[in-house]
Write a new protein. Structure first.
Length: 296
């Protein structure tokens, strides 16, 4: 416990030295020597913290990860290096490693992970496919009284992946309450309605999102899919064409592969001639020779 406290508070030794130097004005050489002593103290007594600071001061992402791995390899008592590395690996979708790092951090002596980080752990379990474990963490957070938009969105997405549509919709509605302008819960709601075959409601939600997303990519695809199902062929062609263009230029912003979007665009274009050349309805009455233009 003392080692963790020392690793997490050692920067205050430097702050204290700076404050003392400001009051006593010992000169630049003694001040520099004091800073050098603190660096050596940091390196030898809290090497995990030392390499974590080096990582935070670096702009190269690859070097940041390398320095954080160096920090974790020294098995620091503080959970912070483990957490920082877990966030990096989660961004790369290395869910299993992120879970291991966060679990290790949570087992360190002292207080457990913050609710925000426990929700991140639940996201990792969700994306790893361990939905029950994710739900256990989320329900534990809710039972403790910690509830915000991100927790409810995580609950909604986990239930969506588990095929529990009513629970997913209920949680998504609660997530939206925390921020009425947040498009994420609405996008998830639209996806659920699409899966249920309610294409009109899904379309309304996707259109709402288009007006609020700064650079919608995948949304154009799903809106086009809804319109195709509803027989709105021209609109579907336009939106699917936009989806293909944007997914091609920004593939990392979409979970939908370009090939899939192109396949549905081709399908929409295939249906367009049939829609444009549709035969007139035979039920329309033909004009008769008895029609008198002067008769009212």
């Amino acid at each position: 416990m003392f080692k963790r406290l020392w690793e997490e508070k050692i920067q205050w030794v430097l702050v204290g030295w700076c404050g003392l130097a400001l009051l006593t004005r010992p000169g630049w050489v003694p001040f520099g020597l004091g800073v050098a002593v603190w660096v050596l103290l940091l390196y030898f007594t809290a090497p995990g913290k030392f390499w974590s600071l080096i990582a935070l001061l670096n702009m190269d992402r690859n070097k940041v990860e390398a320095y954080l791995r160096k920090a974790v390899s020294l098995q620091p008592a503080s959970p912070k290096p483990y957490v920082n590395l877990a966030l990096v690996t989660a961004q790369k979708k290395n869910w299993a490693e992120a879970i291991s790092l966060l679990e290790t951090a949570d087992q360190k002596p002292g207080k457990r992970l913050s609710p925000v980080l426990r929700n991140v752990l639940a996201v990792c379990y969700r994306e790893q496919g361990e939905l029950d474990q994710a739900l256990n963490i989320i329900n534990e957070l809710l039972a403790e009284g910690y509830a915000d938009g991100k927790v409810y969105y995580n609950l909604a997405y986990t239930n969506y992946k588990a095929g529990r549509w009513p629970e997913a919709l209920h949680a998504a509605e609660k997530a939206r309450i925390f921020n009425l302008n947040d498009p994420d819960p609405v996008l998830l709601t639209a996806k659920i309605y699409f899966e249920q075959g309610d294409f009109a409601t899904a379309k309304d939600n996707y259109e709402w999102c288009l007006k609020r997303l700064s650079w919608p990519v995948e949304t154009y695809y799903w809106l086009g899919r809804c319109e195709l199902e509803l027989g709105l062929i021209d609109q579907a062609c336009d939106h699917l064409a936009t989806a293909v263009e944007r997914i091609t230029s920004d593939p990392e912003l979409s979970d939908v592969p370009r090939e899939e979007a192109q396949k549905w665009l081709d399908e929409a274009n295939r249906r367009r001639p049939a829609a444009d050349t549709a035969e007139p309805d035979d039920s329309t009455p033909e004009p008769t020779g008895d029609t008198d233009p002067n008769r009212m």
